[in-house]
Design a protein around this ligand. Structure first.
Ligand code: SF4
Ligand code: SF4
Length: 370
């Protein structure tokens, strides 16, 4: 990890908010809301979840009192960066009938605020890199995503309290943040070790009046990260599962999962890398204007598997199989790596507690199923 710019005392965290707001950023960050830590608009540092920890397990998420004054001593909540860049529902283009009958098509770009997201974890930065590949690789760059991406300031945080559902070590994506941030915070007993990345972060750091980072600060950071690595119990059976999953397409374990899975799609909604969407043309009542509206979809919906009068994934077994094999196998061919960054959200937020790591382990046994 590179050298820190300095140390920000916990009592001066508000200075970071002040500097971001003075630079024109709306701040979004973690906040306790209805017994969950969610991203919401933040106006001051006092709104952060101080003294809170999170207990997560398959199908389970609970807040509990923390044992100190820290505000980032928990792993992640249900939300990711995804909705701030890939909007859950938005109009992408509009067609208008002219008085002479011609149709004129035009892109629709909503106004984009400068947004600073505070508390972004290593797994979510890894998912952001995947979303960038999907939405920004030429020749099909998504203009809405691109505008939001360019207006984004990322204040990342190193994880020191992984949840029982986390397995970012096994995917190679955490718990330490290595790149992709404007500012990076490591929360320590007495404050935050601050690193800056790029011009925005450097300018912010210069205004924060940071204290000197000492060997003791770095030692505490190393110790916390070592704990975060060693505390993770879950893992995937490998980083590239294309071969074992290709051999497991008729494995009986798909039936066991299908007997439990509700087909609700929660796993795809909370996943920071899932990008499936559907589009619908929505006309006005006069028939002069129609909007093409894009919204998040899921491989668990019937519509997602409907093609030309035929349902290609008629049951939950085939939908779950599509999700897992695309995520852990197909992404390698599309994007050069697995689509899973080990955040564990699909495990915690699955209402019946289906565990991706257990499923992958059961499916990737050495026995070959054809
Ligand atoms: S598949 Fe599950 S653990 Fe992996 S990135 Fe998506 S939500 Fe996180
Ligand atoms: S695996 Fe869980 S979250 Fe995903 S569709 Fe099935 S029941 Fe819903």
């Amino acid at each position: 990890m590179n050298v820190a710019a300095g140390v920000l005392e916990r009592s001066r965290l508000q200075c970071l908010f002040d500097r971001l707001q003075a630079a024109g950023y709306q701040c979004v960050g973690p906040k306790v809301h209805e017994h969950t830590i969610v991203y919401e608009a933040l106006h001051s540092a006092a709104e952060l979840p101080f003294g809170v920890r999170v207990q997560q397990g398959p199908g389970s998420y609970r807040l509990a009192p923390g044992d100190g004054p820290r505000c980032f001593a928990w792993a992640n909540g249900p939300q990711t960066l995804k909705p701030y860049l890939f909007a859950p529902r938005e109009t992408v283009w509009r067609v208008q009938r002219q008085t002479d009958g011609r149709l004129v098509f035009a892109p629709v770009l909503a106004p984009v605020p400068k947004l600073a997201v505070i508390g972004v974890r290593a797994c979510d930065l890894a998912a952001l890199r995947l979303q960038d590949l999907h939405f920004l690789t030429p020749p099909y760059r998504d203009p809405s995503y691109r505008a939001r991406r360019e207006a984004l300031c990322i204040v990342a945080v190193n994880c020191d309290q992984p949840a029982a559902t986390c397995f970012c070590v096994s995917t190679g994506d955490g718990p330490a943040v290595e790149s992709g941030y404007d500012l990076l915070l490591s929360e320590l007993d007495e404050g935050f070790l601050v690193r800056c990345g790029g011009a925005i972060g450097t300018a912010l750091c210069a205004e924060l009046d940071l204290g000197v980072a000492t060997a003791a600060h770095y030692a505490q950071e190393r110790k916390q990260l070592a704990f975060a690595r060693s505390a993770q119990q879950r893992r995937l059976p490998g980083r590239d599962l294309r071969k074992p999953l290709a051999n497991a397409l008729e494995h009986p374990h798909w039936d066991e999962i299908a007997a439990r899975c509700l087909g609700c799609g929660n796993c795809t909604q909370v996943c920071p890398s899932c990008f499936c969407h559907s589009t619908a043309t929505v006309p006005d009542l006069e028939g002069t204007t129609a909007d093409c509206v894009r919204e998040w979809d899921s491989c668990f919906t019937a519509g997602h598997g409907y093609m030309h009068g035929y349902q290609v994934r008629p049951d939950i077994r085939s939908r779950y199989r599509q999700w897992l094999t695309h995520k852990l196998s197909g992404w390698h061919d599309q994007y050069g790596r697995s689509g899973c960054v080990g955040c564990g959200r699909c495990i915690a937020w699955c209402p019946v507690g289906i565990d991706l790591t257990e499923a992958a382990a059961a499916l990737c046994v050495s026995e070959v199923h054809t």
